[in-house]
Design a protein around this ligand. Sequence first.
Ligand code: MG
Length: 260
Amino acid sequence: MGDSVTTRQVEIVEVGPRDGLQNESTVFSTADKVEFIERVIAAGTRRVEVASFVNPKRVPQMADAEDVLKALPRRSGIHYVGLVLNRRGFDRAAAAGCNEIGMAVVASDTFNQRNQGATTAESIAAWLDIAAAAHAAGIRAQVTVSAAFGCPFEGEIAPERVVEVAREVAQGNPCEIAIADTIGVGVPSQVTDLLGRLRKALPAMPLRCHFHNTRNTGLANAYAAIEAGASVLDASVGGIGGCPFAPAATGNIPTEDLLY
Ligand code: MG
């Protein structure tokens, strides 16, 4: 049983500097953000979501994304992930020197509109364009299907819908597809079901999961995800995080607890 939960290697992506800090009422200095990133790298993290390249008027906490990247030394084996929501964001992330980008496409149209001012179909089209540009530029590109279990505006999201969106974004040849429980409403049985469907639909695609802990199901969901074949998990130091456009969602699963 070489594939058991206890023997498989699972990679962690630290999302605290982005998902965590975007939701703080305080706007931290660039120097503090860089210090935070340096510390998680010193702790052994190899992939860090360092910033999002979004409209600074909508997310002022991320307004210094370029400055954060400028202050980080390039290191072999370390991936600085920039979150982007459209082509403009990708162009900024590429110019700033991100060696990996993550795009998000929301499984529900209402949330996609609120989060990124486009329909889900428009964001999928934007992702396909971004993916091609990233591949041409030698930048690693992955994509997240957000609100994959529930939407704060539309309620429960059918797993069939998530699989459909995942199939469409897979056309862009991402290095992995992530499934995000953006508002933290999923339970382990749903994770098992959804990942099973995704592995069947896209057998060769590496799967990452992103859980929020609104109902304290995050770590149980993470366990279920590994068991169901996820190879990468997002987490944030101290469990900080949330989404400015998702009312009442709380933080990510805490990195230190997940590791434990
Ligand atoms: Mg999140």
